[in-house]
Design a protein around this ligand. Structure first.
Ligand SMILES: Nc1ncnc2c1ncn2[C@@H]1O[C@H](COP(=O)(O)OP(=O)(O)OP(=O)(O)O)[C@@H](O)[C@H]1O
Ligand SMILES: *[C@@H]1O[C@H](CO)[C@@H](O)[C@H](O)[C@H]1NC(C)=O
Ligand SMILES: *[C@@H]1O[C@H](CO)[C@@H](O)[C@H](O)[C@H]1NC(C)=O
Ligand SMILES: *[C@@H]1O[C@H](CO)[C@@H](O)[C@H](O)[C@H]1NC(C)=O
Ligand SMILES: *[C@@H]1O[C@H](CO)[C@@H](O)[C@H](O)[C@H]1NC(C)=O
Ligand SMILES: *[C@@H]1O[C@H](CO)[C@@H](O)[C@H](O)[C@H]1NC(C)=O
Ligand SMILES: *[C@@H]1O[C@H](CO)[C@@H](O)[C@H](O)[C@H]1NC(C)=O
Ligand SMILES: *[C@@H]1O[C@H](CO)[C@@H](O)[C@H](O)[C@H]1NC(C)=O
Length: 678
C-alpha cells in the first residue's frame, strides 16, 4: 500500500515535470516563432495585410498605398504584432527588411507626398495626418518621445516646416517627421563607390534595405534601382540603440500620404526577418506596375519606323531653325532658390500648350492683376485657370513664391485650389483649379442674365465665411486674404462659393517702392484703418467680408460712382428707418427667407464698422450664420457717415493721383499702382 502510494507519487511527479517541460518547450517555441518572424511577399495577392485609408490591393497583387485623391493617408500593416525586444533584458533584436516600391506622380515632376516603412505601436497609426506628416504623425504628437515610432521615409516634397533637405530624400525618423539621418536619394555603386542620384518619383521600381544590428546597435538604410544589387555601402547609417524607442510588441508596415497633388505609391514586394537577414526578393516574380501612357503595338514598328526616320530628319532640320525661336518663346526664369519648389513649378511650355497659346478664345476674364486663361493640362486632362500677373520688380518675389508654395498646401472646400506657378521675365503665372461657373459678381450686378436664388446665395455666404475662417484661424499660419470681394468668389460645379486670389495682394505689399505704404485691396472693401496705415489684418478682411455680405444680399456694388452712393451708408439708412429688408436685391422678388436676409444685412453692417474692435471675428461670423449663437445686437451700432463717405477715399486717393481718373467701381488700387509704375 505504502509502496504503491510512493510509486503513485513518483509517477505523478514524473508526469508533472513532463507537463512543465512540455509547457516550457511550447512557450519557448512560441517565443521563438514570434521572435524569428520571417516572411517574403512577392506581390500581395491573397495576403492578409491590414489596410486603411486609400490603401488597396490591386487585382494583380500590387499594394497601392495612395490613389488619386488629395490629402489622403494609406496604411498597410502586417496583421500580427511582432516581438522586437528580448523579454529578459529588454534589448532590441537584430532585424532586417527589404521592399520594392514605385511612385508614379500625376505630373512628370509633381507628386506628393511620399511614403515610409514604419515600425509602430499600433496597427494603422490612428490620428495621423496626410501631406507632410506622411500618415505617421500629427501636429500634436510629432516629436513626442512617447510615440515609439521608427520609420524610413521616402519623402518627395520638401517641407520647410520640418527642415527637409529637398524634395527627393530618404530619412530615418524616430518619433518625429524631422529625420535624425537623411540624404538625397542615391546609391553607392559597388564597383566605383561613387554616389549615383535617384529620382524617387520616376515611376521606376526601386528597392530599399533596412538593417538593424542589435549587437552593434547600428541601423543601415540603402536604396537602389531594382536591376542593381544591394549597395555595399549604405546611404544612411545611424549608430543608435533602438531599444528605448521600440516596445516589445510592435507592428510593421507602410504609411503613405498625398497632399495638394497626388501620386500613386506602390509596394511590389516585401521581405522581413527577425534575427537575421531578410530573404532576397526575386524581382522577376514581382507584379507589374500599370503601364504609363498609351500602349505601343508592333504595328508601330513596321509603319512607325520609316516615319520615325523621316521625322527625325525633319526634326533635325527644323530644330535648328526653330530652336532659337522656341527657346525664346518658352523662356522661363528659374533661379537656384526655386529648385526647392520643384513640384509646384510648372513649365511655361506646358502652360502654353494647355491654354492653346494663351489664345483669346481661352481668355476667361481680366482683373486687377492680369488676364486669366482657361486650359487643360496635357496627360492628366485636368482643367486649369492660369492667371498671368506682370511683375516688374524682382524684389520680394522670392518671399512671394515661397508663400505661394505654402499657400498651395491649403485645402478647403471653399478655397480655389492653387496648383502651382511658373515664372518668366517680368511675369508670374499662377495655376488654379478651373471653376466652371465663374465668378459670383456675374450673377449679382448689372441686370445679370442668370441670378442666384436666396438659398444658393446663403450657401455661398456660409461657404465663403468658413473659407475665410479657415485662413484666419484653422490653418497652421494666419493667412490674411486682403482682397475679399464678390469678384474673387468663384463658383465650382456645384455652385459652392470658393475664395480665390488669396495672398496675391501680398505681391504688391512686398512692393515696388519701399518709400510709400502700399495699400492693396479694392476701394469700397477697404477698411479705414487699412487705408490709413497700410496694414492688413484679419479685421480688415472682416470689413471686406461685411461689404461682400451687403453685396450678395442687395445685389449692389459697394460703391456706385454714378449715384455717389456707398452701399454701407445706404443699407445703414434703411436700417435706421426700420426697414432693413428694403435693402434686399429686388431681383430676388419674394424668394427669400426674411430672417436670413435680415441676419446677413445686419451682420454686414456689424462687420463694416469703422472701429476694428467692434467687428466680429470670422469665428463669430460663422457662428452667427450657422445660428449657433443668437443674432448680433446692432442697436448700439455706430456708423458715422463721415467716416464712410467719399471724403475718406478722397484723402486716400490724393496720394495716388493716377487712380482719380478712373472709375471707382471695381478698380483695384493695385491696378492703379501698377499702371502708375509703368
Ligand atoms: N479659377 C478660375 N476658374 C474660372 N474662372 C476664373 C478663375 N479665376 C479667375 N477666373 C475668371 O477670370 C476673371 C478675372 O479674374 P481675376 O481674379 O483676375 O479678376 P478680379 O477678381 O475681377 O479682379 P482682381 O484681380 O482685382 O481680384 C474672373 O472674373 C473669373 O471670371
Ligand atoms: C481613394 O481612396 C479613398 C479612401 O478609401 C476613397 O474614398 C476614394 O474613392 C478613392 N478614390 C479613387 C479615385 O479610387
Ligand atoms: C487576418 O488578420 C486578422 C487580424 O489579425 C485576423 O483577424 C484574420 O483572422 C486574418 N485572416 C486570415 C485569413 O488569416
Ligand atoms: C540581452 O540578452 C541577449 C541574449 O539573451 C544578449 O545577446 C544581449 O547582449 C543582452 N543585451 C544586453 C544589453 O545585455
Ligand atoms: C495625434 O495622434 C495621436 C496618436 O495617434 C492621437 O492620440 C491624437 O488624438 C492625435 N491628435 C490629433 C489632434 O488628431
Ligand atoms: C507626449 O505625449 C504624452 C501622451 O500623449 C503627453 O502626456 C505629453 O504631454 C506629450 N509631451 C509633449 C512634450 O508634448
Ligand atoms: C545629385 O543630387 C545632389 C543633391 O540634389 C546634387 O547636389 C548633385 O549635383 C547631383 N549629382 C548629379 C550627378 O546629378
Ligand atoms: C552598416 O554599414 C557599415 C558600413 O558599410 C557596416 O560596417 C556595418 O556592418 C553595417 N551594419 C549593418 C547592421 O548592416
Amino acid at each position: 500500500m505504502n509502496k504503491k502510494l510512493v510509486g503513485g507519487d513518483a509517477h505523478t511527479v514524473a508526469m508533472l515535470s513532463k507537463i512543465v517541460l512540455l509547457a516550457h518547450m511550447l512557450s519557448s517555441l512560441a517565443i521563438a516563432a514570434s521572435q524569428d518572424l520571417n516572411f517574403i511577399y512577392s506581390g500581395f495577392r491573397s495576403t492578409n495585410l491590414s489596410l486603411d485609408g486609400s490603401a488597396e490591393l490591386t487585382s494583380n497583387g500590387l499594394l497601392r498605398l495612395t490613389n488619386e485623391t488629395m490629402r489622403q493617408t494609406g496604411h498597410a500593416f502586417y496583421p500580427n504584432p511582432v516581438t522586437f525586444k528580448n523579454s529578459i533584458n529588454g534589448s532590441a533584436f537584430t532585424f532586417s527588411t527589404t521592399f520594392v516600391f514605385a511612385i508614379t506622380p500625376e505630373y512628370a515632376n509633381l507628386g506628393g507626398h511620399g511614403m515610409a516603412f514604419v515600425i509602430a505601436p499600433t496597427r494603422g497609426l490612428p490620428g495621423s495626418l496626410p501631406s507632410q506628416h506622411l500618415g505617421l504623425f500629427n501636429g500634436t504628437n510629432n516629436g513626442n518621445q512617447t510615440n515609439h515610432v521608427v520609420a524610413v521615409e521616402l519623402d518627395t516634397i520638401r517641407s520647410m516646416d520640418f527642415n527637409d533637405l529637398d524634395d527627393n530624400h530618404v530619412g530615418i525618423d524616430i518619433n518625429s517627421i524631422e529625420s535624425v539621418r537623411y540624404a538625397s536619394a542615391g546609391y553607392y555603386s559597388q564597383l566605383s563607390d561613387k554616389l549615383t542620384n535617384l529620382t524617387l518619383i520616376s515611376g521606376q521600381p526601386m528597392q530599399v534595405w533596412m538593417e538593424y544590428d542589435g549587437m552593434e546597435k547600428q541601423l543601415n538604410v540603402s536604396i537602389a534601382p531594382i536591376d542593381v544589387d544591394k549597395p555595399s555601402r549604405p546611404l544612411l547609417s545611424l549608430s543608435r540603440d533602438l531599444s528605448p524607442y521600440l516596445n516589445s510588441a510592435m507592428y510593421i508596415g507602410f504609411s503613405s500620404s498625398t497632399g495638394s497633388v497626388y501620386s500613386s505609391q506602390y509596394v511590389l514586394g516585401w521581405s522581413f526577418k527577425m534575427n537575421g537577414l531578410a530573404e532576397a526578393l526575386d524581382i522577376s516574380r514581382l507584379p507589374k506596375l500599370p503601364r504609363l501612357g498609351p500602349k505601343k503595338t508592333s504595328k508601330f514598328l513596321t509603319i512607325g519606323l520609316p516615319v520615325l526616320c523621316l521625322s527625325l530628319v525633319f526634326v533635325a532640320v527644323s530644330s535648328v531653325s526653330y530652336g532659337i525661336r522656341r527657346t525664346r518663346k518658352f523662356a522661363e526664369v528659374l533661379e537656384d532658390w526655386e529648385l526647392d519648389f520643384g513640384p509646384q513649378r510648372f513649365k511655361y511650355k506646358d502652360l502654353y500648350t494647355a491654354t492653346k497659346g494663351f489664345g483669346d478664345k481661352e481668355l476667361l476674364g481680366r482683373g486687377g492683376f492680369g488676364r486669366v486663361y482657361k486650359g487643360v493640362l496635357p496627360i492628366s486632362r485636368i482643367q486649369i485657370a492660369v492667371k498671368r500677373v506682370s511683375h516688374e520688380s524682382r524684389q520680394g518675389i522670392r518671399e512671394f513664391v515661397a508663400e505661394i508654395v505654402s499657400i498651395g498646401r491649403l485645402r478647403h472646400r471653399n478655397l480655389v485650389p492653387l496648383f502651382g506657378y511658373c515664372r518668366r521675365k517680368g511675369e508670374l503665372l499662377l495655376v488654379y483649379d478651373y471653376m466652371p461657373n465663374g465668378s459670383l459678381d456675374k450673377y449679382l450686378f448689372d441686370q445679370p442674365a442668370v441670378t442666384l436664388n436666396w438659398s444658393q446665395r446663403f450657401r455661398v455666404i456660409k461657404g465663403v465665411a468658413s473659407g475665410l475662417f479657415y485662413l484666419h484661424e484653422e490653418w497652421e499660419q494666419v493667412v490674411i486674404h486682403r482682397d475679399v470681394k464678390a469678384s474673387n468668389v468663384l463658383l465650382d460645379g456645384e455652385f459652392n462659393g470658393r475664395l480665390g486670389d488669396f495672398g496675391l495682394a501680398r505681391l504688391y505689399d512686398h512692393g515696388t517702392d519701399p518709400q510709400t505704404t502700399h495699400v492693396v485691396g479694392t476701394l469700397g472693401y477697404l477698411a479705414p484703418e487699412h487705408a490709413r496705415t497700410g496694414k492688413a489684418t484679419t479685421s480688415t478682411d472682416v470689413f471686406a467680408f461685411g461689404a461682400f455680405l451687403l453685396e450678395v444680399a442687395s445685389g449692389r456694388r459697394p460703391i456706385q460712382p454714378a449715384e455717389d452712393v456707398i452701399l454701407v451708408d445706404w443699407v445703414f439708412a434703411r436700417w435706421l428707418g426700420g426697414e432693413i429688408l428694403e435693402a434686399r436685391d429686388p431681383n430676388l422678388g419674394t424668394d427669400y427667407v426674411a430672417e436670413e436676409m435680415e441676419l446677413v444685412l445686419q451682420l454686414g453692417l456689424m462687420c463694416s464698422q469703422s472701429e476694428p474692435a467692434g467687428r466680429p471675428s470670422m469665428r463669430q461670423v460663422v457662428q452667427f450664420l450657422e445660428g449657433d449663437i443668437p443674432r448680433p445686437d446692432i442697436s448700439l451700432l455706430r456708423l458715422p457717415a463721415s467716416d464712410l463717405s467719399f471724403s475718406r477715399f478722397d484723402n486716400f486717393a490724393l496720394s495716388y493721383p493716377s487712380s482719380m481718373g478712373k472709375s471707382f467701381s471695381n478698380l483695384s488700387v493695385a491696378e492703379s499702382l501698377l499702371s502708375g509704375g509703368r
